[in-house]
Design a protein around this ligand. Structure first.
Ligand code: SF4
Length: 143
């Protein structure tokens, strides 16, 4: 039975978004993957969920500001293993244009492992979808 459930669940990972202090540019592009049919990730068999405890794949935007760092780490810790982490935009990858700011504590791979990088400022929806498709493949190998 357990194997059967794993097999079924493998068809439908749930996504969760964390904003680690982004300018919202990446989040606007991410929003298109939830509400514009052409880019909707539900076509890949997955959907966004409202709780980190239900998530399989986490999408993180922003350079990890001092203000949100503790909350981001707490949310991340609540996501059950095996989780796959996707850095969306150049900010979580290298802090981007905010790199030398006193208020920045990223990049995020200082705090947890990142499986997929989707660079861009912001990345286009097509690139985000490609990153999610890759994340789904990685996640299935971990089940
Ligand atoms: S990568 Fe660019 S668009 Fe995305 S949060 Fe950073 S500055 Fe904003």
């Amino acid at each position: 039975m357990k194997t059967f459930l794993k097999k079924v669940a493998a068809q439908s990972p749930w996504l969760y978004r964390i904003n680690a202090g982004s300018c919202n540019g990446c989040d606007v592009e991410l929003a298109t993957t939830a509400c514009i049919s052409r880019y909707d990730v539900e076509r890949l068999g997955c959907k966004y969920c409202g709780s980190p405890k239900h998530a399989d794949i986490v999408l993180i935007t922003g350079p990890m500001t001092t203000r949100v760092k503790e909350k981001v780490l707490r949310l991340y810790a609540e996501i059950p293993d095996p989780k796959v982490t996707v850095a969306v935009g150049i900010c979580p990858i290298s802090c981007g244009v905010f790199r030398d700011s006193y208020a920045i504590e990223g990049p995020i791979d200082k705090y947890f492992p990142v499986d997929i990088n989707v660079p861009g400022c912001p990345p286009r929806p097509q690139a985000i979808i490609e990153g999610i498709a890759e994340a789904i493949s990685v996640w299935r190998t971990r089940l």
